[in-house]
Design a protein. Structure first.
Length: 332
């Protein structure tokens, strides 16, 4: 298939593109290693390959392309060149892409973190080669790009200023510019908050840790929008949008339960680093689960607001007071 003088090659849902300009054949993008055959064949007589990223699923066959056509130039950003050499472990004819650079009518726009740090957009003949940006639906966006929402938003703003009539993504269908922008603006929209959002996530077998969680909720509801949930039923989209995270955990066999760790392993640490957190819980003999969770969140770069409150079995009035004091540190 071709459009705007560009040949579109689609294999397994992935796209790479080829065209001739100034008498030279260029290949833009790449495909996963398992689809490399068409890619190698198309690049056999090409002068250059332009990598929009070194993320392996979008440059899987590059090592073979270079082996098959050692004279081919490889264009990428500085991070892209650094990565690709370490990925394919062979010498390449390196060509560095800089912002606003132009070769043979192809213009480059450095737009990092879409989704890897090395990404660049390319423009040719009214077409934007957008890489992962504008690839796929909301699910694709959430899985691959949402972690870098601010970068996606600024890339969209930049795209709005470009004189283009179509978008050729790395994955999925060629798309209309206005529709793609509208769709991605909706994906990246930031939910309005009237109050700061605070998540209380807890795990409790006999209800003791739950009692503490409920007490914390009662105190905090006035100042925060409180998302209160059992760890096993936790909606991570809400937790990862929170301004404060509070985890209540019991201790079972010297550990926190799996449901608590499931929440912790799904924390978006790109955006949650430095987020204030606090841990509490009921225990029976040493309370290792509470300590482990606290240490882990600290090691992840989150900001402890108070030392964990560890309560032996059923929380007493004194324990609730201690919990209240710890939570009060949120305000100081
Ligand atoms: C199977 C089992 C294993 C436990 N292992 C530990 C442990 O290793 N360390 C500890 O401090 N408490 C341990 N406990 C005690 C609980 O942490 C304690 O009963 C706590 O009050 C439970 O809080 P919850 O009501 O919020 O579940 C264990 C309890 C059970 C049922």
């Amino acid at each position: 298939m071709s459009a705007n003088n560009v040949n579109i090659h689609t294999v397994g849902g992935y796209n790479f593109y080829s065209f001739i300009t100034d008498g030279k054949k260029y290949i833009i993008g790449g495909v996963p290693q398992k689809y490399k055959d068409d890619y190698i064949a198309e690049a056999e007589d090409a002068s250059a390959i332009i990598l929009l990223t070194s993320k392996p699923e979008f440059c899987g066959g590059v090592g073979d392309v270079v082996a098959n056509n050692p004279d081919i130039d490889v264009y990428a950003t500085s991070a892209g060149l650094r990565n690709i050499k370490e990925i394919i472990n062979r010498d390449i004819n390196e060509c560095l892409i800089k912002d606003n650079m132009e070769i043979g009518g192809i213009k480059f726009i450095i737009a990092p973190n879409l989704s890897w740090v090395d990404t660049v957009l390319a423009m040719y003949s009214g077409t934007l080669f957008s890489g992962e940006l504008f690839s796929g639906d909301e699910e694709y966006y959430n899985e691959n790009l949402a972690v870098n929402r601010d970068f996606v938003k600024s890339a969209i703003e930049r795209v709005k200023t470009l004189d283009i009539n179509s978008i050729f993504p790395a994955k999925g269908e060629v798309c209309d510019v206005a529709t793609a922008i509208l769709q991605y603006e909706a994906f990246t929209a930031i939910p309005e908050k009237t109050k700061s959002l605070l998540s209380i996530v807890y795990s409790s077998e006999y209800g003791f840790t739950r009692k503490m969680a409920e007490y914390a909720k009662k105190i905090l509801t006035e100042d925060y929008d409180v998302y209160f949930t059992e760890a096993a039923a936790c909606d991570m989209a809400v937790v990862n949008n929170s301004d404060v995270l509070i985890i209540g955990t019991n201790t079972i066999n010297r550990n926190a339960p799996q449901a608590v760790w499931d929440v912790i392993t799904r924390l978006d640490l790109v955006n949650m680093r430095q987020t204030p957190y606090f841990v509490f819980g009921s225990f029976g003999w040493a309370g290792d689960g509470i300590k482990l969770v606290d240490k882990t969140l600290q090691a992840m770069g989150m900001k402890q607001i108070a030392k964990p409150v560890e309560v032996l079995f059923n929380p007493s009035e004194k324990d609730f007071t201690q919990l209240e004091k710890a939570i009060a540190k949120l305000k100081s």
